[in-house]
Design a protein around this ligand. Structure first.
Ligand code: CUA
Length: 494
């Protein structure tokens, strides 16, 4: 009896602390956090949440029964004073009744979990064809306001592409593309075609639906429906390389009217820098935004003095020229048509930057333009600090870092204290080093002696340890001021 009362005493003393600990641990996990799957805001997330709770309840039931049985046995068959030296009680092995009973109970519990699981699988794997599946929209008549079998072809479709480490959202019905943030109308079924460009990613928008993988060479899809307008947070949910944890996205759920405006804004593309306008002529009495851009590029090429010398114009020139952003990025209407990095057409309308890791909004949730400008500068000038591994900086063939090694001549290197000996120390043969120092104005990587040329690795070794300012002096790497001008231009993309 002593040991049981001791145990009870111990329990009485520790229980308040244990429950306090449990409560504070639970308080740490908010059920309504930005990325909580326990706060469903759409029927798909609701079904998944319901299923989660069914399994939680069943498991809690099992835990209570097993724990109670264990407790009962431990207490009832404990060793009592005077039990020492008594013979072992009879030992039993196997009781058919209990075994069959436990198997039956397990099967019963599995069936309880299996029924809603199968229902949820069917539900989420078939586009809803009639309104009993969900509350039809009362907001308007987009796509007929609801989805029935005839309207199935009219469902809003979005092609979602996973890239290391960002998202592309293409709206084939509207001919527009967004990146990292996408809009959908509230109360409408949306079909997402999930594709990967490189490795396996996973689409997870916890409050709306999740998760389905984006796999190279496979055509996965899912449907989603958001009940009400709002700003929802998503995340890649499959490890996909170095910056996986920074592969976030956002979904802006809008009323029908706002969504239509959003689509139209994207369709109109970006205006030419600083409101630059093409001169109307008899062939083109009403120049379009595209004509404005063409006139702008033409002027930059043929008549650069006619371009106003403000940061926006200079930033646009850097974007299209020296900084080589157009190799990878597209801005609709403009000469930038790169296809391997986020489409920047309405970049300044997005509340976040760099696949969701930099927040452009103030405390009121509205874009704070000062913060946005600073984020844009931070992101382009120091992306490797904000998102280690990001390909805007590190891509071997077109990353920004490559600019640190283009346009370099020996003459320029000498201004930052690099000598012929530094070249030899980096592995260049003395014959080549001599030839390089004899041709100080030639691009250093183009000089050759007996078909030997300096490699980029050797140049990197030579320039290792230079500051950003020194890189700007001797190569195509933009200066801080130039990065700020590019940021000023990017902020006009809306
Ligand atoms: Cu993409 Cu993880």
């Amino acid at each position: 009896m002593v040991s049981v009362s001791l145990m009870l005493q111990y329990l009485r003393r520790t229980l308040p602390w244990l429950s306090l600990l449990a409560v504070s641990l639970l308080a740490g996990c908010s059920f309504t956090g930005k990325q909580s799957a326990l706060d469903p805001k759409g029927p798909v997330a609701q079904v998944q949440d319901d299923l989660f709770w069914v399994t939680v309840y069943v498991n809690c039931g099992i835990f209570v029964v097993v724990a109670a049985a264990l407790f009962y046995v431990v207490v009832k068959y404990r060793e009592r004073p005077g039990d020492e030296g008594k013979p072992m009680p009879p030992q039993g092995h196997g009781n058919p009744l209990i075994e069959i009973g436990l198997i039956a109970a397990s099967v019963f519990l599995l069936v309880i979990i299996a029924i809603p699981t199968l229902k949820a699988i069917w539900y989420t794997h078939e586009l809803p064809v009639d309104e009993e599946y969900y509350e039809p929209s009362k907001l308007g008549i987009w796509y007929g306001g609801r989805v029935d079998s005839e309207a199935k072809d009219d469902i809003l479709e979005i092609n979602v592409y996973g890239w290391q480490w960002w998202w592309s959202f293409e709206y084939p019905q509207f001919g527009i593309t967004s990146a990292n943030e996408f809009a959908i109308p509230a109360g409408k079924v949306v079909k997402l075609n999930l594709r990967s460009v490189d490795v396996i990613h996973s689409f997870w928008l916890p409050k709306i639906a999740g998760k389905v993988d984006l796999m190279p060479g496979r055509k996965n899809w899912m449907w989603i429906l958001a009940d009400e307008p709002g700003y929802y947070y998503g995340q890649c949910a499959e490890f996909c390389g170095e910056a996986h944890a920074y592969m976030l996205f956002r979904s802006e759920v809008m009323t029908d009217g706002d969504f239509q405006k959003w689509v139209e804004a994207y369709q109109s593309g970006a205006a030419a820098p600083g409101g630059f306008q093409a001169q109307p002529d008899k062939d083109k009495p009403d120049p379009t935004a595209k004509d404005d851009w063409m006139a702008w590029s033409e002027t930059v090429r043929k008549n650069p003095e006619a371009i106003p010398g403000d940061p926006v114009h200079e930033g646009a020139e850097l974007f299209m020229g020296k900084a080589q952003c157009i190799v990878c990025h597209a801005i609709d209407n403009s000469p930038a048509m790169g296809q391997t990095a986020p489409n920047l057409t309405r970049l300044a309308d997005r509340k976040s930057l760099a696949a969701g890791i930099l927040d452009n909004t103030g405390p009121d949730g509205i874009i704070d333009s000062e913060k946005q400008l600073d984020n844009l500068y931070q992101w382009i000038a120091h992306s490797e600090d904000h998102k280690p591994g990001n390909l805007m900086y590190y891509r071997a063939d077109a990353g920004l870092r490559n600019l640190k090694y283009t346009g370099v001549t020996f003459g320029k290197l000498q201004t930052v204290g690099i000598t012929e000996q530094s070249l030899v120390a980096a592995g260049v043969s003395s014959a080549l080093a001599q030839k390089i120092s004899a041709s100080p104005n030639a691009p250093i990587l183009n000089v050759d002696v007996d078909s030997e040329m300096m490699t980029k690795q050797q140049l990197m070794r030579v320039m290792d340890g230079l500051t950003n300012e020194q890189f700007s002096e001797v190569s195509d790497w933009p200066t801080e001021t130039e990065f700020r001008k590019i940021a000023a231009f990017l902020q006009t993309l809306k």
